[in-house]
Every structure is written in structure tokens, then in C-alpha cells.
Design a protein around this ligand. Structure first.
Ligand code: G1P
Length: 289
């Protein structure tokens, strides 16, 4: 399987939509049933073959760095009490050998495009990079791994996509698929990509979901990308400027964990997985209870 060596995780946001839960706990560490949102994202990156995880974080979110630190006292205490099952759960949240996590700080909330550009300094080599927005939890099948599989050198970008109701398009990056752009399996070439359009002007209802595979040229394009929708540097604008845009219909189920109701739905879905009443995501080691 082709693999994505580097995956960038923009995790600097203040999580205001989830207040008061996020007053001191980063939203990426809120539990979905029993597992922090971020852990699902990391498992998905590993399933895509990632060896270098780049967290674009904020100085106020040190708890994210703590999540990746070893917990020898906790492990020793569980071992001493003979709690082998819990010990295994704690150990399975460690990064495997050969995988490293790097932290880069995004001090100001200047937009998703700016966050990805902050990550550039930790990227090694000229291959494509993955981007995962942990807010978008995808269960059932690891979307980024599907995208790594579908990626070809002829593409400049491959972006996860799903249809949304027209009244919701103003919350998303929306693809312009033009007239009759070819659809090959789950991949569809797009002629344009616009961030948070007004529903009356939206070119389609095909919306970007937070998984991207991007050719490394994206970083140079981002350096020259000005502010767009919401006064922020938009990743969507840079992808549109690069051309060679491709939308990818992933096969898993996406939950919007940036919203309270989406978080509840995701929690119920993971509960069903844990109780074996839904097909457990095979890439989630913690699901194998
Ligand atoms: C971001 C992107 C948007 C995309 C969305 C998916 O928006 O800018 O293009 O459709 O993620 O969740 P945000 O949700 O950060 O406003």
C-alpha cells in the first residue's frame, strides 16, 4: 500500500463551540465514549502508514503533549495490581516504534491554511503529506488510508468529500465539479473549490471533510495565499489555486465532533462498536476489546 509518511494535525483551535467542556481540556482530548478524539485521528494516520505526526498546537494546550508522554507510574501501578487488560489499553495508546510526533506552535488563530503552513517546518522530504482535522471523526474504515491508496502522482490534491444539505454548505469547503467531470470510482476531479459559500452561490453540495492528501507544492502556494473567508488564510483557497483538485468519497461514516450533538452521535456509535453491535473499525486497536 502506498503510504503517507507525514500527517499534519491542526489542533491549535480554542474549541469555543464546545465550551464549557473545553475551558481547560483541549477539544481533541474530549472522550468519544472511552477514547480521546485525537487518538482516533492518530490511529487513522498510522493506518495510512504515517511515521511522522506533526501536531500544530497552541501553547495553552500542553495537555496534548502530555497525551503522548509515557506514563510509567500509571503502568507500574496497573501492573502491580494485576490489571493486565487496563495495562494493555494504556500501552496501546503509545505510538509504535519508528513513529515520531513533533509539535509546532501556531500562536495566533490565522486559519487552517496558516496552520498547515506552520506544519511545513516539520515536514521532511518532498512527498505528499496528509492532513487530518480530528473534529471530523470517521468510523468504519480509515479514510486517510483509502485516500493514500487512491493517490496518484498526477493529482495535486485529494480531499475527502460528502454531500451535505444545501442549507449547510456555508459551513464547508464546497467543490465545483463542473459539467460532467469524470468520476472514477470514489475519485472525482473538480474544477474549483470555494470556502464557505452562500447557499445561493454554492457550485454544488459536495463538501470537504477534514482529510486531505496534498502534494508538497501546497506549502509554496500557502506562502502566497492571502486571507479569505472569515478573514483567515484558507487551505481551500490554496488547494483551488494549485489546480489538480480531486474529491474523494470515503466509505466510512463521518461524525462532526466539533459540535455537541455530533459528539453525542459519535459517542453512541463508538458505544455500539465496543458492544459489538456494529462492525468495529479494524484499524482501531483500542476497539479490539
Ligand atoms: C474546515 C475547512 C472546510 C472543511 C471543514 C470540514 O472548516 O476550512 O473547508 O469543509 O473544515 O470539517 P472548519 O470546520 O474548520 O470551519
Amino acid at each position: 500500500m502506498p503510504r503517507l509518511d507525514t500527517v499534519i494535525f491542526p489542533v491549535a483551535g480554542m474549541g469555543t463551540r464546545m465550551l464549557p467542556a473545553t475551558k481547560v481540556t483541549p477539544k481533541e482530548l474530549l472522550p468519544v465514549y472511552d477514547t480521546p478524539l485525537l487518538h482516533f485521528a492518530v490511529e487513522e494516520a498510522l493506518a495510512a502508514g504515517a511515521r511522522r505526526l506533526v501536531m500544530v498546537s497552541h501553547p495553552d494546550k500542553a495537555a496534548i503533549e502530555d497525551w503522548f508522554a509515557p506514563q510509567p507510574e500509571l503502568e507500574a501501578s496497573l501492573a502491580a495490581k494485576g490489571k493486565a487488560d487496563l495495562l494493555e489499553v494504556v500501552r496501546s495508546s503509545r505510538l509504535p516504534d519508528g513513529v515520531e510526533v513533533t509539535f509546532v506552535m501556531q500562536d495566533e488563530p490565522l486559519g487552517l491554511g496558516h496552520a498547515v503552513l506552520c506544519g511545513a517546518e516539520a515536514v521532511v522530504g518532498g512527498g505528499p503529506v496528509g492532513v487530518i482535522l480530528p473534529d471530523d471523526l470517521i468510523l468504519g474504515s480509515p479514510a486517510l488510508a483509502e485516500m493514500a491508496e487512491a493517490w496518484t502522482g498526477a493529482m495535486r490534491s485529494l480531499v475527502a468529500a460528502q454531500e451535505v444539505p444545501r442549507e449547510r454548505v456555508s459551513s464547508y469547503g464546497i467543490f465545483d465539479c463542473g459539467e460532467g467531470t469524470p468520476e472514477r470510482g470514489p475519485v472525482r476531479a473538480a474544477t474549483g473549490f470555494v470556502e464557505k459559500p452562500d447557499p445561493d452561490d454554492a457550485p454544488s453540495r459536495l463538501a470537504a471533510v477534514g482529510r486531505y492528501v496534498l502534494g508538497s507544492a501546497i506549502f509554496d502556494v500557502l506562502r502566497g495565499t492571502g486571507t479569505g473567508a472569515g478573514g483567515e488564510v484558507q487551505l481551500t483557497d490554496a488547494i483551488a489555486a494549485m489546480g489538480g483538485i480531486h474529491a474523494f468519497r470515503f466509505s466510512g461514516t463521518r461524525h462532526d465532533c466539533g459540535s455537541k450533538d455530533g459528539m453525542v452521535e459519535a459517542t453512541l456509535a463508538v458505544q455500539a462498536m465496543r458492544h459489538g453491535s456494529a462492525r468495529a473499525a479494524p484499524h482501531l486497536r483500542v476497539a479490539a476489546e
